[in-house]
Each structure stands twice: as structure tokens, then as C-alpha cells.
Write a protein that binds this ligand. Structure first.
Ligand SMILES: C[S@@+](CC[C@H](N)C(=O)[O-])C[C@H]1O[C@@H](n2cnc3c(N)ncnc32)[C@H](O)[C@@H]1O
Length: 164
């Protein structure tokens, strides 16, 4: 079971696409972290999310301390998805049964203080001459990998959502 946490992402297209992948990969809660005032969905979000946010249990935490307290109370392990020297490579990482995957903003990524509070840090191996990947693409790769060994996976139920 996984939760998706977006920390201060800005681009409505990225947020919309991540929601779409979150639903497609069977995510549970969708969490906005570090938004004060709370994040509001725009028309542009909905165009990219296909309005799938209505299928997510969405939560907001203005302060990361409150997010981590909630995760602890719910017994959810925090997994920062970020490029750091010490991060575990994604193909080698075994995801905890109940985890929150945490993504950073388009410019700047996750702050060090937040990464330090996480139980794990995981990075996607990159081979080309590039600093980082787009955050929505990163999220889809991580969600796919997270589900890869999930025996409960069912085939796409295209009666449930209309998609294009
Ligand atoms: C565009 S990156 C941030 C880029 C960069 N750190 C900067 O200084 O602008 C935004 C987010 O995408 C995710 N990301 C991108 N490439 C990644 C990779 N190879 N491994 C893990 N996370 C990645 C991380 O969550 C990161 O916080």
C-alpha cells in the first residue's frame, strides 16, 4: 500500500500527471506537503489528472513536522525519492509494505531537512548526461517499480474510469 506525497510542487501539469499515475498504480492517500494556504486544484490540474483527484483521499500538511507525525502514527514508512550520494538505487530497494513516496519540487527538489527525517532515500539510476528527470516521469517509474512484485495486481479495469 502506498501514499504519494508532493512537497511544494508548482507545475499543475506535473501534479495532474502524478495524480493520474497514482490512481493508475493503485495508490491510497495523496498528500500535499508544505503548502500554506492549502493547494487548490485548477482547471489545468484537472486537464492533466483527468479529474482523477476525486478518487484520491487527499490530505494537506503545511508543516513537514506534522506530516511526519501523521506518518508515524499511521505506521507508514517515509521514502524520499531524491538524488543524493547515499540514496539506494531503485532496482535494489525493497519497498516497505506501507510506505509514503515523497517527491520534491521542480526547481530545487526536496530540502535536506526533510530528507533527513525520512526512513529511506531512493534514487532512480540515470545513465545519460543529465542532472535529473522530470518529477512526474520519476513518480511513474517509482510507482511501477513499487508494484512490480505485487501479486495482487489486477488487469486494467477500463469500465471503472474513462481514459484516453
Ligand atoms: C526536477 S527534480 C529537482 C531537480 C534538482 N534537484 C534541482 O536542483 O532543481 C524534481 C524531483 O524529481 C525527482 N527526481 C528527478 N530525477 C530523479 C532521480 N533520478 N532519482 C530520484 N528522484 C528524482 C525528485 O523527487 C526531485 O525532487
Amino acid at each position: 500500500m502506498f501514499y504519494t506525497v508532493l512537497h511544494q510542487l508548482v507545475d499543475p501539469r506535473n501534479i495532474g500527471m502524478i495524480i493520474r499515475s497514482h490512481v493508475a498504480f493503485g495508490g491510497k492517500g495523496f498528500i500535499f506537503s508544505g503548502y500554506d494556504p492549502p493547494y487548490k486544484f485548477s482547471k489545468k490540474n484537472k486537464a492533466y489528472s483527468r479529474s482523477l483527484e476525486k478518487h484520491c483521499i487527499a490530505q494537506q500538511f503545511a508543516k513537514s513536522d506534522d506530516l511526519f507525525e501523521w506518518l508515524k502514527n499511521e505506521d507508514i514508512k517515509s521514502v524520499a525519492i531524491e538524488i543524493t550520494k547515499e540514496a539506494v538505487l531503485l532496482p535494489e530497494f525493497v519497498f516497505p509494505e506501507k510506505c509514503a513516496i515523497i517527491f520534491g519540487k521542480e526547481s530545487g527538489g526536496l530540502p535536506d531537512e526533510l530528507i533527513e527525517k525520512c526512513d529511506y532515500v531512493v534514487k532512480i539510476p540515470q545513465f545519460g548526461n543529465i542532472g535529473s528527470m522530470n518529477v512526474a516521469i520519476s513518480a511513474s517509474i517509482v510507482m511501477y517499480e513499487l508494484n512490480r512484485n505485487n501479486k495482487d495486481i489486477k488487469d486494467v479495469d477500463n469500465k471503472m474510469y474513462s481514459y484516453s
